[in-house]
Design a protein around this ligand. Structure first.
Ligand code: PEP
Ligand code: MG
Length: 560
């Protein structure tokens, strides 16, 4: 919104300042209410997204100059607000990284809130909506997404945004169909249009004909039936038709996901991504905050195991400080364990929190992105040192805590037998393993077609890790996205995996495949796949076999 520059009279300054004060105070109250509602609905972690906004509304270095301009230059409060917030957004944008672009849109979100207060408009047109709608917007900030009332907004689509942005993370937690980054949807839809958004395929249909609507209504009914069937699966054993148990664990980002994970039949947490506490606030979390978060997670799990991954910052997940010093090749740069080893205070703080929490449940720890034996040894040495420190301070912790590593770099997969002698377990992270083996940026849509888990080179590396794990008698699991792709379930079992960690929502579907197959068939499939030299052959074979085992299975492939 462009705010024209109007002058006010000397006599109006006092009332303009009081209008400004009221607008800020009302915006704070609204944000606090949104934060509390989100905390109640989604848990404390997503609610932290609001802290950045609230922080700005208490930041005198931002607010004082606004008041100053109203007093001395006699501009309107709206103009002064708009100038200050836009200036700040421009600064964030100029920093060039995705994280700061997100911050810029947060700042503009706040700008809109304040301007709406100042002009006396209710920002929330949705408050007047009486029947369910689909929201079409150029952009939705995480706070806007988080405060949506899902009884009114049954789905949304935006021009801007990416799959890994906070808005998408929040939307996923809301459980409504969402399409972000459609580029031009706002140009094609007008208020009141009938729209279908299909979150599964990423399709938006504007003004559908009766036949299409009937088809989608049928699909919705079928989906409901399918989901009801999947719900029943939660309480059934995750075992193959010939009685081999396959452990299904969950990948989570927030502890608030644990109840849903258990409800879906997950046996514990196989990957707790711990970065988000560092991304949602302006300063790094304290040892006590981390400890509380891990302890709550373990208590929610009530004895079920949890594998916590130490900080995997960098590449596409920056702290403020990292974003100030952009790297030319961030995915090949100072990310993950490398970052921790160069920033020991941050790493040690996390390790202390982990150890303290370990007294409250069954916890394992693993290090991400290990690429050399030296790195692993350094990480372990620091962990041992922190353990000794805790012992000296009489802190209670699990002295036998298992230490493992992620295998997500080809060097680690190839040297698995060296690593196997130094850790208790492996967890194969195919998301990164694929990108580093095939030299394809996993987040770049221009090379997305090259990012394929079915590439024989990737399968060969996975196979090697499993073989080594067996030889050295250490547990090997897999926690990349393919663990939740039913197309790969038979292959992964056939290659010898007995533990998979996946997005909680996918557990029932994967369990359904597991219960329909036997080990001999899966092994045969893995042998056959091993003889192919193209991903096309592999994919065709996986589709055929899955169809044979489960004739109504969805054999589409939705990315790596
Ligand atoms: C992986 O790389 O496969 C993985 C599970 O880690 P992330 O997706 O968090 O990089
Ligand atoms: Mg990874």
């Amino acid at each position: 919104m462009h705010v024209p520059q109007h002058r006010i009279r000397e006599a109006e300054v006092a009332s303009e300042l009081s209008r400004l004060e009221n607008a800020i105070s009302k915006a704070r109250t609204d944000l606090e209410a949104d934060r509390d509602r989100v905390a109640e609905k989604l848990g404390p972690e997503p609610a932290k997204i609001f802290e950045f906004h609230l922080g700005l509304l208490h930041d005198s270095s931002l607010l004082d100059p606004i008041q100053e301009r109203v007093s001395t230059e006699r501009v309107t409060a709206s103009y002064a607000v708009s100038e200050a917030f836009r200036g700040m957004a421009d600064q964030f944008r100029a920093m060039g990284s995705e994280v700061f672009r997100l911050k810029a849109s947060d700042v503009l979100d706040l700008d809109r809130r304040l301007l709406a207060q100042l002009s006396g408009q209710s920002r929330d047109r949705l408050a007047r909506v009486t029947e369910p709608v689909i929201l079409i917007a150029h952009e939705l900030t995480p706070t806007e997404a988080a405060s949506l009332d899902v009884t009114k907004v049954i789905g949304f689509a935006t021009d801007a945004g990416g799959r890994t942005g906070h808005t998408s993370i929040v939307a996923a937690a809301l459980g409504i169909p969402v399409i972000v980054g459609s580029k031009t949807i706002t140009l094609h839809v007008d208020d009141g249009d009938r729209v279908i958004i299909d979150g599964n395929t990423g399709t938006i249909i504007v003004d559908p004909d009766d036949e299409t609507i009937a088809q989608y209504e049928l699909d919705i009914e079928r989906l409901k039936g399918f989901r009801a069937g999947l719900r029943e699966l939660a309480s059934l054993e995750s075992e193959t038709s010939d009685g081999t148990h396959i452990h299904l664990l969950g990948n989570i980002e927030f502890e608030s996901e644990i109840p849903a994970l258990l409800e879906k039949g997950g046996e514990g947490v196989g990957l707790f991504r711990t970065e988000f506490l560092y991304l949602t606030s302006l300063s790094d979390p304290t040892e006590d905050e981390l400890y509380e978060s891990y302890k709550i997670a373990l208590e929610m799990l009530n004895g079920a195991p949890m594998t916590l991954r130490t900080l995997d910052l960098g590449a596409d997940k920056h702290t403020q400080q990292q974003a100030e010093e952009p790297e030319r090749n961030p995915f090949l740069g100072l990310r993950s364990i490398r970052y921790c080893l160069q920033n020991l205070p941050i790493f040690r703080t996390q390790l202390r929190a982990i150890l303290r929490a370990s007294a409250h449940g069954t916890m394992k720890v693993m290090f991400p992105l290990i690429s050399t034996a030296m790195e692993l040894r350094q990480a372990k040495m620091i962990f041992t040192d922190v353990m000794e420190e805790c012992e000296d301070e009489n802190i209670e912790f699990d002295h036998n805590i298992e230490i493992g590593m992620m295998i997500e770099v080809p060097s680690a997969a190839l040297l698995a037998s060296t690593f196997a002698q130094e850790v208790s377990f492996f967890s194969i992270g195919t998301n990164d393993l694929i990108q580093y083996t095939l030299a394809v940026d996993r987040g770049n849509e221009r090379v997305a077609s090259l990012y394929c888990p079915a590439n024989p080179a990737v399968i060969m590396l996975i196979k090697n890790v499993i073989r080594v794990g067996k030889r050295f008698k250490i547990q090997t699991s897999l926690c990349g996205e393919i663990a939740g792709e039913t197309l790969y379930t038979m292959l992964l079992i056939g290659l010898g995996l007995r533990t998979l960690s996946l997005v909680p929502a996918k557990i029932p579907e994967v369990k359904r495949v597991i219960r329909s197959v036997d080990i001999a068939t899966c092994k045969r499939l893995a042998r056959k796949v091993g003889s192919f030299d193209s991903e096309r052959q592999v994919l065709n074979c996986l589709r055929d076999e899955l169809r044979k085992a489960l004739p109504d299975a969805d054999v589409g492939w939705s990315g790596g």
